[in-house]
Design a protein. Structure first.
Lengths: 245, 126
């Protein structure tokens, strides 16, 4: 105990004598005042002790060195990362759909162009060889006229579709930035978790990874990450042919 | 070719890609389903000549669909092509044992799709 916590001090002896004197001469008011002072001294000590304990508790938590960080991770950054990744899905989905729509609108245009060109080419060659009567030639020139008009419109549409496909690729820039941020977050969570595990005194063996169920669907294999996977279609074919396929 | 084909994948973009590639190969009669649970009743109604399915889907997965097809007396000879991102060796072996007719890993090319389909029907015709 520190000196100022000691009970037997000259001041306290004086206060006790004072209290006794007050009681003996029947001075109730005086006795109450001395008692009040004594309890005030007592309370001050109590508060000091509580303050000290609180400080010690706070210091103990601070030695974790990450109390705020973990709270922030759990409260803000992880839900935030979830919304960011959902946005990545939205952006890639949108880009894929825009591209597919442009392609689906272009394919029939190309098919028509190709069909008409082949057909007209064959007729045109017959015309050059003078192997065509005047009625058929009239029909041919009308078709050539229409073909040239259709071509001009078709090529304009194709050009627009190609621009749409080009523009739809703008997701790549945005999604890679978002994903990079999430990678940083995952790294941060990882190092915090490792520290927490170390604090509990458990051994951290980062080399040992729990093996997943081989048959359960696990999604796309990532090169250099997944074990026991084939590297591509050729290996699938090899494996299947070794099974008698 | 008027073969009736069912394409099963939970991602609509992948269904659109496969459908367009099949169109290019001359198949025009194509239906879609988004997992095994929706695919199986459609198949059981009959009329389908070929099934193209993903593996990893919510609800009923592609491997479960394949097993259900092989266990169904009316469907057990239906040719099944799996087009999937699942590429663990034991998964490919499991699909083979369950009676898959072809296995394509994503990402894939139009050429691969054509080769596997040709191979499947060469064997069936032989």
């Amino acid at each position: 105990m520190l000196d100022d916590n000691q009970l037997i001090t000259d001041d306290n002896v004086a206060r006790a004598k004072d209290l006794l004197a007050c009681l003996e001469r029947g001075d109730e008011q005086g006795a109450r005042e001395v008692l009040d002072e004594l309890s005030r001294i007592r309370e001050t000590e109590l508060y000091k002790e509580m303050g000290k304990l609180t400080r010690e508790l706070h210091d103990a938590i601070s030695t974790f060195g990450m109390d705020h960080e973990i709270v922030n991770l759990a409260k803000d950054e992880i839900p935030d990362a979830r919304s960011r990744l959902r946005y990545v899905i939205e952006l890639t989905d949108d880009a894929a759909n825009k591209t597919l729509t442009a392609v689906e609108s272009s394919i029939p245009l190309c098919d028509n162009l190709s069909k008409d060109s082949t057909d007209l080419n064959e007729k045109w060659k017959r015309f050059i060889k003078r192997d065509m009567d005047v009625n058929e030639f009239r029909e041919l020139s009308a078709r050539i006229d229409k073909f040239l008009e259709d071509n001009s419109a078709g090529v304009t549409t194709l050009r627009t579709n190609l621009s749409d496909i080009l523009l739809a690729q703008d997701f790549q820039d945005l999604t890679s930035q978002i994903i990079k941020r999430v990678i940083d977050l995952v790294q941060n969570v990882e190092s915090n978790l490792v520290n927490l595990v170390k604090l509990t005194g458990a051994k951290v063996d980062l080399g040992e990874v729990q093996k997943g169920d081989g048959i359960k669907a696990t999604g796309p294999a990532v090169p250099g990450v997944d074990q026991g996977v084939v590297s591509g279609q050729d290996e699938v074919d090899e494996l299947l042919s070794s099974l008698g396929f | 070719m008027n073969m009736k084909i069912l394409v099963v994948d939970d991602f609509s973009t992948m269904r659109r890609i496969i459908k367009n590639l099949l169109n290019d190969l001359g198949f025009a009669n194509i239906s879609e389903a988004d997992d095994g649970n929706t695919a199986l009743p459609v198949l059981q109604k009959g009329g389908f000549d070929f099934l193209v399915t993903d593996w990893n889907m919510p609800g009923m997965t592609g491997i479960e669909l394949l097993k259900a097809v092989r266990a169904d007396d009316k469907l057990n000879t239906l040719p099944v092509l799996m087009v999937t991102a699942e590429q663990k060796r034991e998964q490919i072996v499991e699909a083979a044992e369950a009676g898959v007719n072809g296995y394509i890993v994503k990402p894939f090319t139009a050429q691969t799709l054509k080769e596997k389909i040709d191979k499947i029907f060469e064997r069936i015709d032989a």
